[in-house]
Ligand binder design. Structure first.
Ligand code: PMP
Length: 317
């Protein structure tokens, strides 16, 4: 295979652009052996001003935080990484796409201390549609509570987006899939609600938008943060609080947030319908506003959109 996932041919690697088929790592790289890698996932949207990455700098900041937690030296300054993300999107001729920066420990040392292994940075981008299935953004998804829990705080650092953590996410996702659910909600070790395999979770009760607190078991999602800010701007009360499992069943509305999932309504949990079983009015309002913002249909008052091409360059073609 010479080209990559449909519509993407090039990958950025440590300052160079390489063909998709040449982006390889050694079998004994620590990323392969032990999951020693951190990554990000962002979306670039088509906007009237051209393709724009949503909250690029916040994602890169989280990437830097993940590196710091895992003692990975990320040599590149933020601005260069941001430029590299824009470069790989433009080079692949992409408009709306998913962007995946990865910082990994390569082939070097073989033991448990990874410090002597070289650090490699890659940025990939490819077109990616609705994450939780065709129609999910409107119809919502059926989910279950997973029998797999999220790791205990101070085991896998949940605020880092570490590749190895996603073995837990895959157990959650696979169990849901084999049982016929689109997704699952994982509980924290204390039995309270944590998050989905790759999304944060919200519920609405009596007009209040509620999401679990950042408690060391879940990722501080950038979409989660966006939705909290959008809700407040729309005058919808919000609350970050501990969430008991049964609050899911009695909620008026439940929805997931994430870069891939965007704002996806949940229509049932463990086959118990949520509210009226479709997208609730507050979810609809938040989803609509989120989509308007990411697509540049309303003024970007917070500077959340980073254009892939500078306006002057875009005008010159
Ligand atoms: N939780 C987990 C475990 C995730 O992998 C993601 C996706 N990055 C999220 C939550 C949502 O985060 P964000 O909104 O920043 O994409």
């Amino acid at each position: 295979m010479t080209t990559g996932l449909v519509g993407s041919e090039w990958i950025w690697k440590d300052g160079e652009i390489i063909p998709w088929s040449e982006a390889k790592v050694h079998i004994l790289s620590l990323a392969v052996q032990f999951g020693s890698s951190v990554f990000e996932g962002m979306r670039c949207y088509s906007t009237p001003a051209g393709p724009a990455v949503f909250r690029l700098h916040d994602h890169l900041r989280r990437l830097r935080d993940s590196c710091r937690i895992y003692r990975i030296e990320l040599a590149l300054p933020q601005e260069e990484l941001a430029a590299a993300c824009a470069e790989i999107i433009a080079r692949n001729g992409l408009d709306s796409c998913y962007v995946r920066p990865m910082v990994l420990r390569g082939y070097g040392s073989a033991g448990m201390n990874p410090i002597d292994s070289p650090v490699e940075t890659y940025i990939c981008a490819w077109p990616w549609g609705t994450y939780l299935g065709e129609g999910a953004l409107e119809a919502g998804v059926d989910v279950c509570v997973s029998s797999w829990q999220r790791p205990e705080p101070n085991t896998f650092p949940a605020l880092a987006k570490g590749a190895g953590h996603y073995n837990n996410a895959q157990l959650i996702k696979m169990e849901a899939a084999v049982n016929g659910y689109a997704e699952a909600i994982a509980l924290a070790p204390n039995g309270l609600v944590s998050e989905g395999s790759g999304q944060n979770l919200f519920l609405v009760r009596d007009g209040v938008v509620i999401t679990p607190v950042i408690d060391g078991t879940l990722l501080a999602g950038i979409t989660r943060d966006s939705i909290l800010k959008i809700a407040r701007e729309l005058g919808v009360p919000t609350c970050e609080q501990p969430v008991a499992r049964e609050m899911l069943y009695t909620a008026d509305e439940v929805f997931f947030t994430g870069t891939a999932a965007e704002v996806t309504p949940v229509r049932s949990v463990d086959r118990i319908p949520i509210g009226s079983g479709g997208m609730g009015p507050i979810t609809r309002q938040l989803q609509k506003r989120f989509m308007q913002i990411v697509h540049g249909e309303v003024e970007d008052t917070r500077g959340w959109l980073s254009l892939v091409r500078e306006p002057a360059a875009a005008a010159r073609g």
